[in-house]
Design a protein around this ligand. Structure first.
Ligand SMILES: Nc1nc2c(ncn2[C@@H]2O[C@H](COP(=O)(O)OP(=O)(O)OP(=O)(O)O)[C@@H](O)[C@H]2O)c(=O)[nH]1
Ligand SMILES: [Mg+2]
Length: 330
């Protein structure tokens, strides 16, 4: 899923300015056609001019509004991961209402255009023709300005959604999970060759990093989650993303334990125990700098400690066809 293509949502006045400018240009473009239609009759000329103007305004507004609506994903059909991400980052009800408001404004503009076009064509003098067109401009301005707040909201929502990680929710997915600063991103690089930012302080990863490898030609996704602390009750947005990735995207979890204990081992073990309902492989990181005795005592419990061994283990757990198990499967 990729939210990069969402269209920028401008302010109400921008749409009106564009539409009115487009109408002026259209009348100039159609000058010859209007003249032919008018046959030297000033009333006919006024009618043809205002009809052109009304249609141009309508088209400019409805085509832009319809594009905005189409560019936003159909929220109810989104994969669970994005659906929940939207729900924790954006006022979901207002998002739906705002898209509805843009749709309403587009339809209403068309209704007004039809109504005033008919009024223009029925008018018998120049004055009334121009008056009908002026009324149309006034009504459309008010219809568009009425959704000003919705347009502003949609632009904020778009900016938020643009920052969403581009997770491929249909691929078999391995999630790397654990406390901050323990080497999750480093491990992602070792497993997949991807090179996201690595720093020697906690919370380097602010979103999800993705890397890929293949099994039998099928793409496998590895998600490096932002470091999480053992406090499911008080998750910040970064941690929530990690949590949602585990819940909705992960088919297999690699839980990373750091025996250098930037966070107490007791807490790391506690978090491990909370991972229920999914397959988990435990990986011991930073083998090179751990005191041998501590390391050996841990090894007895059959944890994996080298990226090569880990990759082999991951591959052995992925189904032969490399496909994500369907949600109905256990
Ligand atoms: N010695 C040693 N250092 C490592 C190892 N893996 C990671 N590090 C170091 O640990 C620090 C944190 O590594 P990251 O990969 O950014 O850790 P992270 O878990 O992704 O961190 P957050 O994204 O902040 O949660 C960096 O300074 C790495 O160089 C390892 O196997 N051995
Ligand atoms: Mg990281």
């Amino acid at each position: 899923m990729n939210f990069q293509t969402l269209l920028k949502v401008e302010e109400a006045q921008f749409f009106l300015d564009c539409a009115f400018k487009h109408a002026r240009e259209r009348v100039i473009d159609q000058k010859e056609k209007i003249r032919t239609k008018a046959k030297r009759d000033p009333v006919k000329k006024a009618k043809a001019t205002e009809q052109t103007r009304i249609r141009a305004v309508e088209r400019a507004i409805t085509s832009r509004f319809d594009k905005i609506i189409q560019s936003f994903p159909s929220i109810d059909n989104l994969p669970e991961f994005y659906y929940e991400l939207i729900k924790i980052t954006i006022d979901y009800a207002l998002l739906k209402r705002s898209l509805g408001a843009v749709n309403w404004s587009s339809k209403r503009t068309t209704d007004m255009a039809r109504f005033y076009e008919a009024k223009v064509m029925k008018s018998h003098d120049e004055e009334r023709v121009k008056q009908a067109s002026k009324e149309f401009y006034g009504r459309v301005s008010s219809i568009v300005k009425q959704i000003s707040k919705n347009l502003l909201f949609l632009e904020e929502a778009r900016k938020t959604m643009k920052r969403f990680p581009a997770v491929k929710t249909s691929l078999y997915t391995v999630a790397l999970f654990g406390f901050p600063n323990i080497g999750k991103t480093t491990l992602l690089g070792k497993l997949t060759g991807s090179k996201p930012e690595i720093k020697n302080y906690a919370f380097t990863t602010k979103s999800l990093n993705m890397g890929y490898f293949t099994k039998n030609g099928k793409k496998i996704q590895v998600i490096d989650t932002p470091g999480t602390l053992n406090r499911f009750d008080k998750m910040n947005y970064i941690e929530q993303q990690a949590h949602l990735a585990l819940k909705h995207c992960a088919d297999l979890i690699v839980y990373i334990i750091d025996l250098t204990e930037p966070y107490p081992l007791k807490d790391q073990q506690k978090l491990r125990k909370q991972l229920v309902g999914k397959e988990v492989i435990v990986y011991l990181t930073k083998k090179d700098i751990i005191d041998k005795k501590i390391f050996e005592s841990f090894k007895k419990d059959h944890y994996i400690d080298s990226p090569e061994e880990l990759k082999k283990e991951i591959l052995s757990r992925i189904p032969e066809d490399g496909k994500k198990p369907s949600p109905d499967e256990p």
